[in-house]
Design a protein around this ligand. Structure first.
Ligand code: ANZ
Ligand code: ZN
Length: 829
């Protein structure tokens, strides 16, 4: 072998070898325990970035480690290939989204191969390929049949520049996440998936996923946002109608002094019509509808409103309550109307102060004798407490009063206990070109008609010219939209919206398990063997939507009979960011380190090693050039450990644990086994690759130490070989190319990937025990056995527990214990 570590040629050599031998390819094998390891698949943006390298390096270590542990490991990779950047890039560069996407995929696949990731490429998926999205169209039809896909008009966040609907999280500070232009509200017909049908199960299972990070579960729980409360009905003063509110605080009913309703509330017009407020209301509503929904949800927004000109009646007190239109009331939550209790709700408090509306304190703190005086109030008292000024409910505790007050109104048909969720149905319509067409046809006579399953797929046409303004070309591309009604055969029009790309990523993990299957979306038995994903790895930015949608889809597909699991991902690891100079690597910050350049300079193994050594996976990783250098130096050192002694090592067998050893060698042997244990446990139990690597570094140091002044013993080289082989095996999942090369140099003829993971021997972990003398007041009283490395504390404890010593010190107080490690303990009484 070369005396010097030269990664370039050797990495390519082993990548070609692995590919030729199909070492990453797997098949279902019921006789073996499976492990499905998955990293979130990338969007083919053009190039792999360091965030990907990190994510996929973590996954690859586990895949390789688990294979060596004997698991049948499924480790696939693919492309989340639909989406807007392709269109924008295509418009800018005058190319086609398909061409752009497939070229990017080719390039990025090459990058991933250069990093030596052990993917079963025979299962590769590109979601923009009709062989993938055709099945999604089939799911849509089935969901439509079951009422799980439906169409309704809805307000959407609309970006005029990008010509598209935006999800809430694509609206950042009221502006479009891509082009930074203000987002407006627009009413449109949209397709929805009825995720709310599964809301209880989705919530329940957040308590049954012990392998997920707690913070992700909490984020999902908050997103689902289950609230227990009441619906209460307030009659209008006019006697002509009523307003229903949703409240979690029915106990504060006696303090409700006015009413706030959403600008979109259906009663707004009726309440203001013919009153002096009519024009003011019209203007306010106009303005509020334009302002962004995301802003309206934040606490920071200035609370504004306008009197409608009408009142309703508080059903508990009989008092008149003016009805306001208020910008902070959302039509999409509860009933779009809020009974305002300014003394006990901060928003209402601010609103009442601003518009000079009455307040009434009706809750006092549990332990307060007197309620606060109105004049002294500087903020609402929002906690539960005891009711006051609430008629016969006064003196009751809040929790009890919520039930009692609701029950009383219920008797008059004016109230009921109810549950409310923050989670809304999933709007999947996108007015974009580069997505999966929604398989629906609109006929003037028959309305919305689903495309018959046998007519699938609805192929996204590729012979379209993109429009320079970024709008979808589908609505003006006649060969696509012009069709005939499947029912009456009249001329009809296709749906030209495409599906949210989150639909594709909601089931790709299942498709990986039945790659190539053509008779349906999923091959039941194969999917049953592989699912659930045992370990999923990806960014925290997907904590809510992608993971929630995937969970929802899994349940839907289960209920359709395609799957046999309730949840898709058993364990979830969310890795931290890659940062440089204190901020996340990004083009706009100009602090991007290009993986290609790093591979070119140091080799893939060094890049992988650095990514895993610099931080544990869940923490942020600070990029650092010296750290990369250091990783390269370590690999060079490992290389020389073998290459400097190539002949000798090749011609001995590794020490098997039998036969006496001199101290230096028994220390090395012990260190070898301790390192096996430490590295295995760090990788397996904690994914702490950094500490695993650190322990291997120590072992390498110890080998060098022994070789500096080698004992003249026959056992020298066998023990060194045992250590060297252990080093190579333990680092092989992390730096597979160099490991493969060194493994061969050590005399092995098959791939290190097929070698079993090293197993430590318990009896090799402990040093042989030595005798320690125990004295009491300077007189020899006993002897104990202890490890030569035992600490002072351990020795002291062992001495005090010794049976004979206990007899001597029984009933006396121990004044002092003097420990001379390796020799003697003296107890002074
Ligand atoms: C009266 C009240 C008195 C309230 C009080 C709170 C405190 P969660 O817990 O998030 O479900 N609310 C109801 N619908 C709303 C809407 N569409 N837009 C804005 N706010 C709305 O919150 C429920 C509470 O949020 C409800 O309880 C209601 O205010 C408000 F001392 O009713 B509460
Ligand atoms: Zn028709």
């Amino acid at each position: 072998m070369e005396a010097k570590y030269l990664p370039k040629t050797l990495e390519k050599k082993w990548q070609d070898f692995w590919e030729k031998e199909e070492l990453f390819k797997v098949q279902e094998d019921p006789s073996r325990e499976k492990f499905y390891l998955l990293e979130m698949f990338p969007y083919p943006s053009g190039r792999i970035h360091m965030g990907h390298v990190r994510n996929y390096s973590i996954g690859d270590v586990l895949a390789r480690f688990l294979r060596m542990q004997g698991y049948n490991v499924l480790h696939p990779m693919g492309w989340d290939a639909f989406g807007m950047p392709a269109e924008n890039a295509a418009i800018k560069a005058g190319t086609h989204p398909a061409k752009w996407t497939y070229e990017n995929i080719d390039y990025m696949r090459g990058q991933l191969k250069k990093l030596g990731f052990s993917y079963d490429w025979s299962r590769e998926i590109a979601t923009c390929h009709v062989d993938y999205y055709r099945w999604e169209q089939l799911f849509f039809l089935k969901m439509y049949e079951q009422g799980l896909a439906y169409r309704r008009s809805a307000y959407v966040n609309w970006c005029e520049t990008c010509h598209t609907v935006l999800a809430n999280e694509q609206v950042e500070g009221g502006a479009c996440w891509r082009c930074d232009q203000p987002v407006i509200q627009k009413e449109m017909d949209q397709w929805f998936f009825k995720i709310t049908d599964y809301v209880d199960e989705l919530l329940d299972y957040t308590h049954k996923l012990p392998g997920w990070p707690e913070r992700v579960l909490v984020m999902q729980q908050n997103w689902i946002g289950k609230s227990y409360g009441s619906k209460l009905i307030f009659p209008l003063e006019s006697g002509d109608g009523e307003i229903t509110v949703f409240t979690t605080r029915a106990d504060t009913l006696f303090g409700a002094t006015f009413m706030s309703i959403a600008p979109e509330h259906p009663l707004v017009e009726k309440l203001s019509r013919g009153t002096p407020q009519e024009e003011a209301v019209r203007q306010f509503v106009e303005h509020a509808k334009l302002s962004k929904r995301s802003d309206r949800e934040t606490e920071l927004m200035e609370k504004e409103g306008v009197f409608t000109g009408s009142c309703c009646i508080n059903p508990a007190t009989g008092e008149k309550m003016p009805i306001y239109v208020a910008n902070f009331v959302l039509m999409a939550y509860g009933t779009g109307a809020v009974m305002a209790v300014p003394a006990h709700d901060q928003r209402d408090f601010e609103f009442a102060r601003k518009y000079d509306l009455p307040m009434k304190v009706v809750i006092k703190p549990q332990d307060a004798a007197e309620p606060p005086r109105l004049e002294d109030l500087t903020a609402a008292f929002e906690e539960d407490g005891v009711l006051i000024h609430s008629d016969r409910f006064s003196g009751m505790a809040s929790a009890q009063a919520r039930e009692a007050i609701t029950a009383e109104l219920a008797e008059k048909g004016r109230g009921e206990r109810t549950v409310q969720y923050r989670l809304r149905d999933w709007g999947i319509s996108r007015q974009r070109y580069w997505g999966a067409p929604i398989p629906i046809i609109y006929c003037d006579k028959c309305g919305a008609v689903p495309v018959p399953a046998e007519d699938l797929p609805v192929v996204l046409p590729t012979d379209v010219a993109l429009l320079p303004n970024g709008a979808s070309p589908l609505p003006v591309h006649e060969p696509f939209f012009k069709t005939t009604c499947p029912r009456c055969k009249a001329t009809a029009r296709r749906e030209t919206d495409t599906m949210d790309t989150f639909v594709e990523s909601s089931w790709y993990f299942a498709r990986f398990a039945s790659a190539g299957y053509e008779d349906g979306p999923l091959d039941f038995d194969r999917v049953k063997y592989w699912l659930p994903v045992n370990q999923y790895i990806g960014g925290i930015e997907h904590a809510v939507l992608h993971l929630l949608y995937s969970r929802f889809f899994t349940k839907v597909l289960r209920d359709m009979g395609y799957l046999a699991v309730d949840e898709p991902f058993e364990n979830l690891l969310t890795q931290g960011m890659v940062i440089k100079d204190g901020s996340k690597m990004s083009k706009s910050k100009g602090n991007v380190v290009d993986p290609d350049e790093m591979i070119q300079a140091y080799g893939a193994d060094t890049v992988r090693l650095f990514c895993l050594f610099a931080a544990p996976p869940e923490k942020d990783l600070e990029w650092n050039d010296q750290g990369v250098e250091g990783s390269f130096r370590f690999l060079s050192r490992v290389w020389r450990m073998v290459s400097d002694n190539e002949e000798t090592l090749l011609n001995v067998s590794a020490y098997s644990g039998n036969g006496e050893l001199p101290k230096a060698l028994s220390d090395l042997h012990r260190k070898t086994h301790q390192t096996m244990k430490k590295a295995t446990e760090d990788i397996r139990d904690r994914f702490h690759f950094n500490t695993a690597i650190a322990s291997v570094m120590e072992l390498v140091n110890q080998v060098y130490q022994v070789l500096e002044s080698p004992p003249k013993e026959d056992s020298l080289w066998p023990v060194v070989k045992e250590a060297a082989e252990t080093v190579v095996l333990l680092i092989s999942p992390i730096v597979p190319h160099i490991a493969e090369e060194l493994w061969r140099a050590l005399g092995h003829t098959t791939s290190i990937m097929t070698a079993p993971w090293p197993r430590w021997r318990e009896e090799s972990l402990q040093a042989e025990e030595i005798v320690i003398v125990v004295q009491v007041n300077g007189k020899l009283r006993s002897r104990i056995m202890a490890s030569p490395d035992a600490s002072q504390e351990e020795l002291k404890a062992a001495a005090l527990q010794d049976g004979r010593i206990q007899d001597f010190i029984a009933g006396k107080s121990v004044k002092k214990v003097i420990v001379i490690p390796g020799k003697l303990i003296n107890i002074v009484i």
